[in-house]
Write a protein that binds this ligand. Structure first.
Ligand SMILES: [Zn+2]
Ligand SMILES: [Zn+2]
Length: 160
């Protein structure tokens, strides 16, 4: 039986996955998820929190701890399992709520386009792959990059 009045219940949940888009999850504190049931079979999902991901520096690939905040604010029709924009939601199956699937898109939106280990990261040498933050290498950069450096550069470009 469905209740006749709006009912809100709060749950303490957390993001359980060990990685997201290949980025290791370093920390995911529990947060409060509020579910409000409305009599027209609509349910609000509301909550906010943050996770800490390990994301490689855009220039030198060193892992950087990045705190990514997320906000959940969604209304879902429980009959059609669609949100307000009539998009299917995938975090509801039968009577189960998959918290990870609910949060994931919100975290993905919060991941910065560019992560740097520090503002002035010098990156890696295109030729020998040396970390230029640890000092200059002896390469003459007017020459073509080595296959090793090219592979590294490719990995950098594909990391986003
Ligand atoms: Zn860096
Ligand atoms: Zn070099």
């Amino acid at each position: 039986m469905y209740p006749f009045e709006d009912v809100t219940k709060e749950f303490s949940v957390s993001y359980e996955a060990k990685e997201l888009d290949g980025y290791p999850v370093l920390k995911a504190e529990p947060f409060t998820l509020a579910l409000t049931y409305h009599k027209n079979h609509l349910m609000d999902f509301q909550g906010e929190g943050n996770v800490v991901l390990s994301i490689p520096c855009d220039r030198c690939l060193k892992p950087v701890s990045v705190t990514v905040p997320f906000v959940i604010d969604m209304k879902v029709n429980l009959d059609t399992k669609q949100d307000e924009d009539h998009e299917d939601v995938y975090f509801l199956s039968e009577d189960e709520l998959d918290v990870d699937l609910l949060i994931e898109p919100e975290i993905q939106m919060g991941i910065p386009m560019k992560v740097l280990c520090k503002e002035d990261c010098k990156g890696i040498c295109e030729k020998c792959g040396a970390d230029l933050n640890e000092g200059p290498c002896s390469c003459d950069r007017s020459e073509a990059p080595t296959p090793m450096a090219e592979a590294l550069m490719k990995a950098l470009q594909n990391s986003h």
